[in-house]
Ligand binder design. Structure first.
Ligand SMILES: [Zn+2]
Length: 315
């Protein structure tokens, strides 16, 4: 595969949003007089995932506010975003560590850009009832809604009605994601969160997906009415959605994972026992028939401990 992907859109200048609410950088809180949920739309959890930043930048510029409840619009890893270098476009995913793996380690001394930023965002995330976290993908692939492991996440993803593929998953051994933090990851809590992967990082289509999902999310949560979302954002719904339940997350032990071939996202491997590759010389096989390969990153070099591919089945 190509080591660099074409960049099909202009990156937004988000510096104008630095001065946020309550002294927080790049976090903007808007309240309605009428009561309702506290809803957060967050972009740039990963600094090189720009489609969501375009959507949030647009909402801020349009001055969209809630009719009911509270709307929080935020950019998370702004330092990583600012480090973007077109000559090495994948490096700006993070500065020191993955912002989306630190959420089980809050309250400890913050020693990285990402843990400091998570602590800064934490009071806003703590008060959020419904979260949409906007991401995109390294490799070209269909959009995926990552609903987390709980029934309530899958139900929420179904209420949005798009995209086609819902991935029911438990996250990563390397650390807790924001979407699994606190009440979002508690089946007994009414809080809920979704993570959308809008497609490849710099495809124009990823912006279309981000805007569609943001529009659906804002209306579904009730903070705005359908007529309030920007014209043209909402796309036709697919005829049906499907749910893939992730059963295995394959992480490379030492970073020496050798795939047997190039794999596509959401590819279905028909037969159990098919060798997908070798990790440190050990074969990695599909555990059952019709195994879905969720976000395979086996086609490129990886650091030790990083997830190579997740395996799932349609449920
Ligand atoms: Zn991401």
């Amino acid at each position: 595969m190509a080591t660099t992907a074409p960049i099909e859109f202009a990156f937004p200048d988000i510096a104008r949003w630095q001065a946020g609410s309550d002294g927080a950088r790049y976090i903007h809180v808007r309240k309605a007089a009428a009561s309702g949920p506290t809803v957060m739309v967050n972009a740039l959890t990963h600094g090189n995932e720009v489609s969501g930043a375009i959507a949030v930048d647009h909402l801020l510029a349009a001055g969209i506010g809630p009719r009911r409840g509270t709307l929080i619009l935020s950019f998370a890893n702004v330092d990583a975003y600012a480090s973007f270098d077109p000559a090495a476009p994948f490096k700006s995913r993070m500065v020191d560590e993955d912002f989306n793996r630190v959420w089980g380690r809050l309250g400890q001394p913050a020693t990285t850009v990402e843990t400091r930023r998570a602590e800064e965002m934490r009071p806003f995330v703590d008060r959020t009832d419904l979260l949409l976290d906007l991401h995109s993908m390294h490799d070209d692939g269909v959009p995926l809604m990552l609903s987390g492991p709980l029934d309530k996440g899958v139900a929420f993803a179904r209420r949005l009605g798009a995209p086609v593929d819902i991935v029911r998953d438990a996250g990563h051994a390397a650390g807790m994601r924001m979407r699994d933090y606190g009440g979002f990851g508690d089946a007994a809590s009414p809080k809920n969160a979704l993570l959308i992967e809008t497609g490849q990082h710099w495809r124009a289509s990823s912006v279309t997906v981000a805007k569609d999902i943001v529009a659906r999310f804002l209306v579904e949560t009730g903070v705005v009415d359908a007529a309030d979302v920007p014209a043209g954002w909402r796309q036709p719904a697919p005829a049906a959605q499907r749910v893939v339940e992730v059963t295995h997350a394959i992480a490379t032990r030492t970073g020496d994972f050798r795939a047997t071939r190039i794999f596509e996202g959401q590819e279905v491997v028909a037969r159990a026992g098919t060798v997908l590759g070798h990790d440190d010389g050990e074969p990695v096989k599909t555990p059952y028939d019709n195994c879905v390969l969720v976000m395979p990153s086996a086609n490129r070099p990886l650091r030790p401990g990083v997830t190579v591919v997740r395996l799932g089945r349609f449920v």
